[in-house]
Design a protein around this ligand. Sequence first.
Ligand SMILES: Nc1nc2c(ncn2[C@@H]2O[C@H](COP(=O)(O)OP(=O)(O)OP(=O)(O)O)[C@@H](O)[C@H]2O)c(=O)[nH]1
Length: 338
Amino acid sequence: MRVPVIILSGFLGSGKTTLLLSLLKESYARGLQPGVLMNELGKQDVDGYILEEQTGAAVEKLLDGCVCCSRREELGDSLEVLIKRRPDVIFIELTGVADPDEIARSLHEPYWATRLSAHILVTLVDAENMLDYNSRLSADKQLVRTLRSQLASANLIIVNKSDLVTPEILTKIEKAIRKRNPDAEIEFTAYSRIQVQPLLAGIVPKTAKPLPKRAPLSFQGSSLRKTAAGRSEAVPDNAPREHAASFSQVGAVTLAFPQGKTLPKAVLEAFFREWADRLLRAKGHVQLPGGKPVQLVQHAGSRTTWEDSRYPGSPYLVFIGTNINGEQLAERWSALFR
Ligand SMILES: Nc1nc2c(ncn2[C@@H]2O[C@H](COP(=O)(O)OP(=O)(O)OP(=O)(O)O)[C@@H](O)[C@H]2O)c(=O)[nH]1
């Protein structure tokens, strides 16, 4: 039996991992055995750790690049690892700069089409930053194309972080989405809170007898076959395809804490402000002074949040931004500890 695959896409910090947590919890509640493929731009698996800690899921990680382009060759190996675990459903969380249509196309290739079935492609949108990103990132033509494809190829588009914007902004966002995708279901929400049951409709534990597909509770979207990936008449599945990079100016740098060193919150937040014109996303596990608990720090757009963490390893920060000069960044980082 083919394993259904749910693809989660959306720009950096839009709420993919937050949604995946809900999907995993619902999967376990239904007795499903999920497989997870987590792709991260940085060398550290911040999100993979969060998922493992909060749900106990075994996460297959593909770090330090993008599975739709620079790490493309490794997609197959990761899927094979997951399939061997005989999951009932596979979730693929892409990096924020990945083109999900490339992944959906791979699933339609003859080899994978007998093992996997593309179930749904979900794209999350960061309502607070989407319109700003559209102008800020316009110089990176590949990324502009990728962001359009994230919208165009989705069955379901979740406009997340709507707690941070006015209804007028949401209306503008809806118009911008409709320009790229007239058909997808659009949901407006905060903290990726949607009814996740419909996304799992028809997926049953392999030990159970197959049930008739449940009627969706709210999601009415088209099946993935109708997405751009499925409209493969123009590009036959077995035709050789160029896998152009999905971005050109975005880079990730991992910044380690020197042995035994700590950083006050205010110093790190000032560091984010200093790099505001380049910084898109930062996340990591940070050691504060005074023996305080390790903090999971998350920075997206211009907003920083902190939470207690039980991360047992050495503290670090993953810094993702545009046109970063790595040496200059490392130098400024070191200066924080002098
Ligand atoms: N205010 C607010 N914060 C949110 C919302 N959804 C998620 N967040 C926070 O935004 C940050 C990023 O959320 P994630 O779910 O990690 O986003 P992501 O798309 O997985 O991020 P990357 O994969 O790292 O690009 C976290 O600190 C979340 O708690 C929301 O609707 N409103």
